[in-house]
Ligand binder design. Structure first.
Ligand SMILES: *Cc1c(COP(=O)(O)O)cnc(C)c1O
Length: 374
């Protein structure tokens, strides 16, 4: 029996052909493919503007910058997230303030955000953890009256829905990831989507050293006009090689999400019969893409989370500890936080293998290890 991975990207000959065409075109850096990927992504997510960048970490960084967050500001973030969420606040000179999450969804709620707000709060980074849509409207109801920007960290959430629309469609600004661990991939890559033309424009410049004319536009003319650098920018560009892969992957998204939801449903059906395990589910306000299919190991299960991970590893199944808690990492421990739900979920959850090419027999192998009452 071969190793069963927790995630496996679904890439094929269409991606190979798309990359080959870019190489043959002679233009491999940010150019026409990136522009096309942005157009297609904006259309699919029902966003007004999309700006491609080198990662979701870069998208979060630029997102906070264009929203005007900086030195002396507080940014409310979940600790229960990949570390990049909290790091982004630090990059712009702000202080991450950790808020707790809902025990069922693993997401921030209007209540947990409200308790973390201070006079200095300038933004909230609302994560759709593991692809489970957060309750954006409820969080905005708390934030909008105070002029607090809500930046949606939709790194994991492409293909998830919130109140009948794609996740992120109702956000002022959202950040996306195309890392292979996520739902669609460009190797590395990210995107900012926003309803604000001025924010999109500034992000577009900042990703390219804040240059007044893009390199692609300069290349299109024989004698380029002199460029200007109005502020200190970054190199957060995506390449056309990556965007070409992204365009193909975007076309696969509906099929990928449908298959993931099918596999999640059969996991759920089987796991509901196993006492002591609670699987992640759709929240009442939307649908998950099940980017991370996590289960919580309860007191009435025969082993704890570490014990179950070990049993899975014995069967050559690579499960993962659940979502991390940033406030417990040395990088952010100085902030200090009391987050009982985050602590509980971080200690008790694990992520089961779930990927597009997973077969029913792969899934049966996992369930066989989870069952304890035979
Ligand atoms: C993966 C992830 C990120 C970082 O994405 P990169 O594209 O790897 O920079 C940020 N936030 C969340 C919630 C993530 O899961």
């Amino acid at each position: 029996m071969s190793r069963l991975n927790v995630m496996q990207p679904w890439l094929g000959s269409a991606e190979v052909e798309a990359v080959t065409a870019v190489i043959e075109s002679g233009w491999v850096a940010q150019g026409p493919r990136v522009a096309e990927f942005e157009r297609l992504f904006a259309a699919q997510q029902q966003a007004e503007h999309a700006v491609a960048v080198s990662s979701c970490t870069a998208a979060l960084h630029l997102g906070l910058l264009v929203a005007g967050v900086g030195e002396g500001d507080d940014v409310v973030v979940p600790s229960f997230s990949f570390i990049a969420t909290a790091n982004a606040a630090t990059y712009v000179g702000a202080r991450p303030v950790f808020a707790d999450v809902d025990p069922v969804t693993g997401n921030l709620t209007a209540e947990t955000v409200a308790t973390a707000l201070t006079d200095r709060t300038r933004a909230v980074v609302l994560v759709d953890q593991g692809g489970v849509p957060a309750d954006l409207d409820a969080v905005r109801a708390v934030c909008d009256p105070r002029g607090v920007v809500v930046l949606e960290d939709a790194a994991c959430a492409a293909g998830a829905t919130y109140r009948g629309r794609p996740v992120g469609a109702g956000a002022d600004i959202a950040a996306w990831s195309f890392h292979p661990r996520k739902i669609l991939t460009t190797g590395e890559g990210g995107m900012i989507t926003t309803s604000r033309a001025d924010w999109a424009e500034r992000a577009r410049r900042l990703r390219e050293h804040a240059m007044s004319v893009s390199a692609a536009a300069r290349h299109a003319t024989v004698l380029a006009s002199p460029e200007e650098y109005a502020e200190v920018g970054f190199n957060f560009r995506m390449t056309d090689l990556q965007a070409a892969v992204g365009i193909v992957q975007l076309g696969r998204l509906p099929e990928v999400v449908a298959r993931r939801r099918e596999l999640a449903a059969s996991y759920a059906k089987a796991i509901h019969e196993i006492s002591g395990l609670r699987p992640v589910t759709d929240p009442e306000h939307g649908t998950s893409n099940f980017q991370s299919y996590w289960v919580e190991v309860g007191d009435d299960y025969p082993t704890d989370r570490e014990g179950l991970l070990a049993r899975l590893a014995e069967a050559d199944i690579s499960a993962r500890r659940g979502i991390m808690a940033a406030h417990r990492q040395p990088a952010h421990a100085h902030v200090g936080a009391h987050l009982p739900v985050t602590d509980l979920l971080t200690d008790r959850t694990l992520i089961l293998p779930l990927f597009h090419q997973m077969s029913e027999s792969d899934q049966a192998r996992v369930l066989e290890v989870l069952r304890h009452d035979r």
